[in-house]
Write a protein that binds this ligand. Structure first.
Ligand SMILES: Cc1cc2nc3c(=O)[nH]c(=O)nc-3n(C[C@H](O)[C@H](O)[C@H](O)COP(=O)(O)O)c2cc1C
Length: 587
């Protein structure tokens, strides 16, 4: 239950025959008769009034036989001063000096002896000890030690005579209270964990042990209570349970090791990713996952970082149980106690094999579409020129024109793939764009389309910055191009209005044209979020706009323009501040 002397009560460790093998300072000062002779080696019966000796010896025998985990007795003992005093004696088994012995704790229910806190080391958690009268209605407290007062914030006078239920409150579990009541009524010992409240109203988790104490006739006369504040452990357990729930649900492989690197927990995603079950992994060192793709220096740096209490993050190759290699980003987070000692390491892994595969596919697609297709388009256009020069215009002019139009469409499609790559490429993630730069890329479109009227109006707060600005440029370019290419007017007119919301958190870009208007069915496909064989867009332009705006954390909306055409409205989160890295909109 407790180690000798921890509570600060007078404590002895006694051999089954009664000879004392340990005595704490408080007991020593109370019972020593000769200043030159320690109590150690003397018999406990020397200090026990004769009529109580048999009862005490009986208890020792019962403890020794293992009949009861703890026994109590009201006895009379004579102090070193010669005064007899009624005390409550608690006997429990204890391992001492390599043998099974008996611990005897003494409680002075009159509260007159200088016991309690005095012998307790200052930084030890106080252990509350309380004694209730079992013979009176509602088991009123007749004793509380200094630890109890320190733990609960109450003075002794405030609590003696009352049932200990004053520690309970709003969030105390009724079932636990009922369990305690049942144990008390049945005169059985109980250990439980209960939510209690200090005098100042703060909650703490109390690990409560209540033991019935019998007199020499076997009648229960008292209940002895031990109170221990276990809030820290409880909160840790609750946080751990919460963490575990989240870790169980996540797609990322998570494992936790102790400070020596022994795995204590793995989540289901770890089991799926690595092929090792929890039973395989727990107790092992994470070198279970080690592949030969990293050198010793890599692992040395890893350990140096985390044992210094810092987070380690890197990309590496691990090996599954099947032997297959996988690429992963790994983050190792040291978990420390308030004093800075590392207790655990939490590792979060993300399998990036798929992401790398997608990156490869995109790279090849990009090359094929941007270079090979563009080269073919140039060749087709060149031969169309040749045909035009060679053939009769009246007879074949329309056919040549059709070849040209299709070549242009292919050329546009090939350009649009640049945006797709941009979307998936993390390279530009940190590039921000000053909103003023919009003027630059609208000007560039003007140069490319001299027949189109391109009006730009800007009414925004100075210094506005869009994160990942290259995507905004793509979305604006795409809308302008669409508005021009699909325009059926002799004089295409596109108006770009850039404003911000009054609190400066959002940028609004409207692109209005005087074309035939964006067909409803095209827009509906985008809003539905998927294409079907029957419902699909004619190209990828609208998708590009939608994807880029989504990647920016923004939105796109469509309304009719007056008197004719379409208005696309982009809303994008912005910040006011400096650009993080230069992004040249003209590259
Ligand atoms: C010695 C002793 C110590 C006790 N210590 C506590 C305590 O620390 N916290 C608590 O909530 N209840 C404690 N109790 C339990 C309550 O006093 C009471 O018995 C419990 O609420 C069940 O009884 P009830 O249903 O009549 O309230 C203790 C009881 C005894 C006899």
């Amino acid at each position: 239950m407790t180690s000798p002397g921890v509570t600060g009560e007078p404590t002895f460790v006694i051999q089954p025959d009664g000879s004392i093998s340990y005595v704490n300072d408080v007991a020593e000062s109370l019972f020593r008769t000769d200043p030159d002779r320690s109590n150690v080696g003397t018999s406990i019966f020397e200090y026990t009034s004769s009529s109580y000796q048999t009862a005490l010896l009986n208890q020792f025998e019962r403890i020794e036989r293992g009949d009861a985990p703890a026994m109590g007795l009201t006895i009379e003992m004579s102090l070193g001063s010669g005064d007899p005093r009624e005390l409550i004696a608690l006997t429990t088994p204890v391992e001492w000096d390599g043998s099974e012995q008996i611990q005897l704790l003494l409680f002075d229910t009159d509260g007159e002896l200088p016991t309690g806190l005095s012998a307790r080391t200052m930084d030890a958690t106080p252990i509350g000890i309380s004694i209730a009268d079992a013979t009176r209605e509602d088991e009123p407290l007749i004793y509380a030690n200094g630890g109890f007062c320190e733990l609960t914030g109450y003075e002794r006078e405030e609590i003696l005579g009352r049932s200990c239920r004053f520690l309970q409150g709003e969030k105390t579990d009724d079932a636990t209270v009922a369990e305690i009541r049942r144990a008390i009524d049945a005169e059985e010992p109980i250990t439980t964990e209960i939510r209690n409240y200090r005098k100042d109203g703060t909650m703490f988790w109390n690990r409560l042990t209540i033991t019935p104490i019998e007199d020499e006739t076997g009648t229960v006369t008292h209940f002895l209570g031990f109170q221990e504040d276990i809030s820290e452990r409880k909160v840790f357990e609750q946080e751990k349970a919460l963490f575990q729930m989240q870790a169980d649900a996540t797609e990322q492989a998570v494992f936790i090791t102790d400070a020596d690197g022994r795995i204590e927990y793995v989540n289901p995603a770890f089991e799926r990713t690595t092929g090792y079950s929890a039973a395989d992994a727990i107790g092992e060192n994470p070198r279970l996952l080690k592949s030969d793709q990293q050198d010793e220096a890599f692992y040395r740096e890893l350990w140096e970082t985390i044992t210094a209490g810092e987070i380690w993050e890197a990309e590496l190759t691990n090996r599954r149980k099947s032997g297959e290699l996988y690429r992963t980003t790994q983050k190792i987070i040291p978990v420390t106690k308030p004093d800075g000692t590392i207790t655990h390491f939490v590792t979060i892994e993300e399998d990036i094999t798929d992401a790398q595969f997608i990156e490869q596919v995109l790279h090849v697609m990009d090359r094929v579409l941007r270079h090979n297709v563009r080269n073919s388009v140039t060749a087709i256009s060149g031969y169309a020129d040749l045909l035009e020069a060679e053939l009769d215009a009246e007879e074949h002019g329309a056919a040549v024109q059709t070849i040209r139009e299709h070549a242009d469409k292919l050329g546009k499609l090939s350009n649009e793939t640049r945006a797709i790559r941009e979307l998936f490429h993390r390279r530009h993630a940190e590039h921000s764009l000053s909103v003023d730069a919009i003027e630059g890329f609208v000007e560039k479109r003007r140069e490319m389309h001299p027949d189109t009227v391109l009006d730009l109006s800007m009414d925004v707060e100075e210094g506005m910055v869009v994160q990942n600005g290259s995507l905004l440029q793509l979305a604006i370019d795409e809308a302008i191009e669409n508005a021009i290419v699909h325009n059926d007017r002799d004089e295409p007119h596109v108006e770009i209005r850039v404003t911000d919301v009054p609190d400066g958190s959002e940028l609004c870009v409207e692109i209005a044209d005087n074309g035939p208007g964006l067909p409803d069915d095209q827009w509906d496909v985008i809003m539905a979020g998927e294409e079907t064989p029957l419902a699909h867009t004619t190209g990828i332009g609208l998708w590009l706009i939608y994807w880029t705006l989504s990647a920016l954390g923004g939105t796109v909306d469509r309304t009719d323009n007056e008197p004719r055409g379409t208005v696309l409205t982009y809303r994008v989160p912005v910040a006011v501040g400096r650009q993080t890295k230069g992004w040249n909109p003209n590259t």
